[in-house]
Design a protein around this ligand. Sequence first.
Ligand SMILES: [Zn+2]
Length: 271
Amino acid sequence: MKKNVIIFSTIGIILLILIGICCFIFFDENHKVAVLCYHNLATAEEIANFPDEKDWVIDVNNFEEQLKYLKDHNYKTLTIDEFYKWKKGEIDIPYKSVLITFDDGFLSNYHYAFPLLKKYNMNATVFLVGEFIDSAEQEEWDGNIKTYMTKNLLEKSKIEYPNIDFCSHSYGLHYENSIKENSIISMKDDTVIFDNNMTETKVFSYPFGEYNHNIIEALKQKGYIMAFRYGPTKDDYRKASRDDDDFKIPRLNISHGMEIWKFGLRLLLPN
Ligand SMILES: [Zn+2]
């Protein structure tokens, strides 16, 4: 008899704790948002031709599976403007909200990602490397994943895909150690060239995830409102909260894809 009381009390306490955790997760006003970071996309056959690039490429089928998961589980995909307004406490968003982002501006984004995002009626943000776009020539997809959207495709995308926001991944600073070597002045100049040649924006994602005081200061002086990180360590891949520094917003790295059960679980985890 006494043993039963202990068992039932223990089960009761565990249930109360679980209900408490659920309430905390679902009704916490200052909940966190998963900012998903992708790079390139390709079919499994295409990826096989570029073994050195596999960390940066998601299988198109896996990408669609993830979008379908978001849709089936009623996730809202935020625009960059909605994300900013949420961050500043200007609007509330559903607990199940994510921000989908792509770095670099690969041709595969136009070829594979944009039509799928349109199919599922979802928003996303692409951080472009200006000089890669300016020097790109190829528009037809031939499976070469090391190609970027052309300027013409960027302009077409702005009309064809109003659900996509375009922001800066720098105009010409996407090379190794560029951020370490650059001054406030060169960073400020870079933002002007980006605005004049790509699209006007006040949102940045750091090339290779690298940033320092000078770069942040330059962005602030040019009126930028947010900048996104990428790592650098595994611990830095976490959800974003309103408390995060606006110029050090963390993202989750799913560039190389993720099994769907893991993807779902990752979104549910509080951090
Ligand atoms: Zn990049």
